[in-house]
Design a protein around this ligand. Structure first.
Ligand code: ADP
Ligand code: ASP
Ligand code: MG
Length: 440
């Protein structure tokens, strides 16, 4: 009955919160505890690396390092007693390493090395605290067992073998870092922003955990984005597929890749609130909830539409294959697609290869590009034979101009594309017209 618990940046963001985390780790009997960096750290490290890439002598780098020094020494001073000096020494070493990497910036390795330091230092401090509190705790170095291959996929075989070998003692709390890993050459790397959730899911899968618990600063997955919408509410239960869809389409509470490793092994994922551990939170499992039609909405920004007009499409076959091949060659996934007899519209969430894609697509027809869009994804029990379903949804957006719509791909979701300037309006109006808080 091993459990993997993951705590996000706010959960470990102060000495007081770290004490709460220790209490939860012990109460839950966590086998592996996966930690993010203290809140604000990774943003500061990203800023340091970006500045160093442009000008290693940028004065703001020193200011950011001083800010981190103040933040971590305050936490260490408040949290630790006997091991305070050990933690302070480690902190100074970490800050010196960051300063050195910034001063002698090597692209892209320095950035990855700098970004890894937040998780490394935070987990070090927390492990010392667990020991000072009288518990047997061991710090595991995640890059030793989290390795990405050339395709950016984590080597599951290595992870399983190594983690099972390391996690053997039932009386020990194993503490490790989320987010960080090594690349194929054994150099420090990471799983992308917010990747600690994914680390926990992979580790849970690797040791066949009975549960993965993601502890954060909110009481579970809400029915809409609480950063933009008033009157959202937590959803007690949802299926793996729904959670994966919401995470992919922008529900920041979960990194988009988190669900798959747990779904593969049938491991339930619990989303819980560190600040209110008694709150029910959300349980994500195989079970579907068919009691309501509309379950939740999420939104994903930074979407680019590519419209391809071509008379050659008319009555022809093989045209779409050629279009898809271009996206495949440029290793760019497609989110939404709509077609007519003479046009195809496709959305992508990464502009990295846009120029190359457009150059190749020009061989097929006339191309138009529109940036700054948002996909709004409505998830639920959307049985298409229900009379009036589409009408209810369309009324729910209250006249916001729609650029694209994807309906009928599955019974689980509908995706709508709007200009990002309408995002807040459309999320709020869907919330007001399609959802009622069951607890209100
Ligand atoms: P952590 O640092 O613990 O990983 P994150 O900031 O990554 O926390 O994720 C939690 C935040 O996700 C919440 O504070 C909330 O603002 C945001 N969020 C966005 N969409 C949702 C949603 N549908 N349900 C709950 N939280 C959401
Ligand atoms: N600390 C990393 C970030 O801020 C990873 C995480 O929090 O999941 O993106
Ligand atoms: Mg997160």
């Amino acid at each position: 009955m091993s459990k993997v618990l993951k705590f996000g940046g706010t959960s470990v963001g102060s000495a007081g919160n770290m004490r709460k985390v220790a209490g939860i780790v012990v109460a839950q009997g966590a086998t592996v505890t996966v930690l993010s960096a203290m809140s604000g750290t990774t943003n500061a490290l990203v800023d340091i690396a970006a500045r160093a890439a442009k000008d290693p002598a940028d004065k703001a780098i020193g200011d950011q390092i001083a800010m981190l020094q103040e933040k971590y020494s305050a936490c260490i001073g408040e949290l630790l007693a006997a091991s305070k000096n050990e933690a302070l020494t480690r902190m100074e070493e970490t800050l010196a390493l960051i300063a050195k990497e910034a001063a002698y910036y090597r692209n892209p390795q320095s950035e990855r090395t700098i970004l890894a330091q937040g998780e490394l230092l935070t987990s070090y401090i927390f492990c010392l605290y667990m020991r000072e509190s009288g518990y047997r705790a061991e710090l595991l170095h995640a890059p030793d067992f989290m390795r990405k291959d050339d395709e950016d996929k984590v080597d599951m075989e290595l992870l399983e073998r190594q983690l099972k070998r390391l996690v053997t003692n039932k009386d020990t709390y194993y503490i490790t870092q989320g987010f960080i890993c090594t690349d194929n050459d054994g150099e420090l790397d990471n799983l992308g922003r917010g990747g600690s959730d994914y680390s926990a899911a992979l580790m849970g899968g690797a040791i066949n955990a009975s549960q993965v618990q993601v502890w954060t600063d909110i009481d579970g997955m809400h029915n809409n984005d609480p950063r933009f919408v008033d009157n959202t509410y937590p959803i007690p239960r949802m299926s793996f597929d729904e959670a994966a869809e919401l995470a992919y389409f922008g529900a920041k509470i979960l990194h988009p890749a988190t669900i798959q490793p747990c779904k593969d092994k049938g491991i339930p994922v619990f989303l819980k609130n560190t600040m209110d551990p008694e709150a029910e939170g959300t349980m994500i499992s195989e079970a579907e909830d068919n009691s309501r039609i509309f379950h939740a909405v999420a939104a994903k920004d930074g979407i680019t539409v590519i419209r391809i007009y071509s008379a050659r499409m008319l009555m022809a076959y093989g045209f779409l294959r050629k279009v898809f091949e271009i996206f495949e060659q440029h290793r760019t996934p497609i989110d939404m697609i709509t077609t007519s007899e003479v046009a195809v519209s496709i959305t992508i969430d990464s502009d990295c290869h846009l120029d190359g894609i457009v150059a190749d697509l020009r061989q097929l027809g006339t191309i138009e590009i529109e940036k700054n869009n948002t996909i709004v994804c409505l998830v639920g029990n959307l049985e298409h034979q229900q009379r009036g379903l589409a009408e209810t949804i369309m009324k729910g957006i209250h006249g916001v101009p729609l650029k694209m719509i994807s309906y009928g791909a599955s019974h689980r979701s509908i995706a709508m594309l709007v200009d990002t300037k309408y995002k807040k309006e459309v999320l709020q109006s869907l919330n007001d017209s399609l959802f009622t808080d069951p607890n209100a």
